[in-house]
Design a binder for this molecule. Structure first.
Ligand code: FES
Length: 83
């Protein structure tokens, strides 16, 4: 099975699976911290709430809309990985 990397941890995914789905299935429910201090997490699942923002290659993406690709390096959106 192919994997993405969540903070360096390999997370397996199925073909066509979103980042959110793969992360949730692996038990990763908190995806970072919003400016308000609230934890980021999947809420709407359709790209509307921005609750699932994560960083991939220095860019912010919605985990619920972004398909996994082998070797994707994914980080929480907590301001620590700004480029
Ligand atoms: S869960 Fe709402 S935008 Fe992804």
């Amino acid at each position: 099975m192919s994997t993405i990397l969540w903070q360096g941890r390999p997370i397996p995914f199925h073909p066509g699976e979103s980042l959110a789905s793969a992360l949730i299935r692996a038990g990763v429910l908190i995806l970072g911290q919003a400016p308000t201090g609230q934890p980021r997490a999947v809420f709407c699942g359709i790209g509307q709430c921005q609750g699932c923002l994560v960083r991939v290659g220095g860019r912010l993406v919605e985990a619920c809309l972004t398909p996994c690709r082998t070797g994707m390096d994914v980080f929480p959106e907590d301001g620590e990985h700004d480029v």
